[in-house]
Design a binder for this molecule. Structure first.
Ligand code: DQQ
Length: 479
């Protein structure tokens, strides 16, 4: 058990209102994918892609943090670093941790300098996950299956056990086809046999790579989550829900897990039986801007996954985050009009709302707005077109490339209310509608006074709305 000290971080970013205060991010520098999630002695361990020397994607290590409650985190020493002259000298890329009969065991991708060779490696810990020893005979898997017709894109092992056998999926690319997930099997975690593609891009999609696969049982279905890297604006997290029999996966439904900045998620099942997901919230500003800021990358608030009767993958923030809510304002049964009915202030908020929409209903929520509304982030729902919008085109006066307008179809059944959950945290907005449409956006507020929230609409009844202030999850060293 790792004790949590009362004071843990130096506050290096006191006046940076863009930096989230209740989402996890390292004390400074670059972070991307969540890695190696595991619950050990009841505590949640989060590893993550980390550059200890700067806020750019380079020099990949595994950073490490631990939490008793999924809300507050203690920083721990870097868990894995590249070893020069070895198969991971170019970086320790993403992977997972499993419990091998009492031995914590990491599977990760070791890359060469320049990333042209990507191989699957192992490391174990003898001191409850604090320090790690790399397997002396790495790599475990050193070549891409020939069906890939390429030798470079091969990473992010995800391992699980069924009966007496271990299985691994690895993200890759078939050169003339698109993304693929390869399936392996092992009796002992050391010797791995390649079986076949678990699933490949259903339509030709050359150039795309499927990264960070997750494959797990949820209720009586199997879910495959992949991060579809198309090297352009269509880079998104996709999911497939289906059946898995005789080592064959047959998808029955496909969806987009998040329509904007959430990427490379990793899941685990915790001791409460919940399937939890963390995902990297990418930056929406230029490399120059985030390097200058000194930090880059945020984890989403962990989400609990479930399925509905239509095989949609649903997600909602873990209820633990509600324990830090403060100063709640509650509104019920309000018929909204064009003039603002509700005003609140704050750049770190947790908002939930349940809304009845008339046939011509239009709901507008302004966030991070200046008093005159010239700076604003806009969330809208339009009943006639059944579209949900997150518009960040006027979100701040900072020079950045986050200025986007996401207009995403969100169908409601005839008697279904619109349910919104909005986690605003400085530059992060997690917007989730009816648990099934997720748009994670970035805004970069520069003026702490541009923090008005306004709600208005027409042909809309706000059945319920709660707005909470959210405090920092960190205790900072004094001085
Ligand atoms: N990020 C890691 C890779 C993974 C990619 C490298 C996804 O292992 O494929 O930092 O963001």
């Amino acid at each position: 058990m790792i004790e949590q000290p009362a004071k843990q971080r130096k506050n290096l970013f006191v006046n940076d209102v863009s930096r989230p205060i209740y989402h996890f991010l390292p004390p400074a520098n670059w972070m991307n994918d969540p890695n190696g999630l595991i619950q050990w002695n009841g505590q949640y361990h989060l590893f993550y892609q980390y550059n200890p020397t700067g806020a750019n994607h380079a020099n990949m290590h595994w950073g490490h943090a631990v939490s008793d409650d999924l809300v507050h985190w203690q920083d721990l020493p870097v868990a894995l670093a590249p070893t020069s002259g070895s198969v991971d000298e170019g970086g320790i890329f993403s992977g997972c941790t499993i419990d091998n009969n009492g031995t914590p065991t990491i599977f990760y991708t070791g890359v060469s300098i320049g990333y042209d060779t990507q191989v699957q490696c192992m490391a174990t810990s003898q001191d409850d996950l604090l320090t790690w020893q790399k397997y002396s005979d790495n790599p475990l898997i050193g070549t891409v299956p020939t069906v890939a017709k390429q030798t470079r894109e091969f990473r992010d092992p995800f391992v699980w056990k069924e009966g007496e056998m271990w299985y691994m999926v690895v993200g890759s690319q078939i050169a003339d086809r698109g993304g693929v997930v390869f399936l392996y099997q092992s009796p002992d975690l050391i010797n791995w046999d390649y079986l076949h593609p678990l699933y490949a891009a259903p339509e030709t999609d050359p150039g795309a790579v499927w990264e960070c696969p997750n494959f797990f049982k949820l209720d009586d279905k199997w879910v495959l989550i992949i991060s579809h890297n198309s090297h352009d604006v269509t880079t998104r997290v996709h999911y497939f829900v289906g059946t898995y029999e005789n080592l064959q996966f047959t998808p029955e439904n496909h969806g987009i897990f998040d329509h904007a900045y959430l990427y490379a998620p990793l899941t685990i099942q915790d001791d409460k039986g919940r399937r939890l997901l963390w995902g990297w919230i990418r930056e929406g500003r230029t490399e120059e801007a985030y390097v200058a800021a000194g930090w880059s990358g945020v984890q989403c608030v962990p989400r609990v996954l479930s399925l509905d009767e239509n095989n949609h993958l649903l997600s909602e923030p873990v209820h633990e985050i509600e324990t830090i809510r403060k100063n709640g304002q509650h509104f019920s049964d309000i018929v909204l009009a064009e003039k603002t009915d509700i005003t609140a202030r704050g750049l770190n908020l947790d908002i939930s709302a349940e809304i009845e929409c008339g046939t011509e209903g239009q709901l507008t929520i302004l966030l991070a707005s200046s008093e005159d509304g010239s700076t604003r982030t806009v969330i809208q729902y339009d009943t006639a077109s059944q579209h949900l919008t997150l518009n960040t085109e006027k979100s701040s006066k900072s020079g950045s490339d986050h200025r986007k307008n996401y207009v995403i179809e969100h169908l409601l059944a005839a008697d279904e209310r619109l349910e919104l959950r909005i986690l605003l945290d400085g530059s992060v907005i997690e917007l989730i509608a009816n648990k099934r449409t997720s748009i994670t956006g970035r805004i970069y507020p520069t003026n702490p006074d541009d923090n008005f929230l306004r709600v208005y609409g027409n042909d809309i009844i706000l059945r319920h709305m709660s707005i909470y202030e959210m405090p920092s999850i960190w205790s900072y060293e004094i001085g």
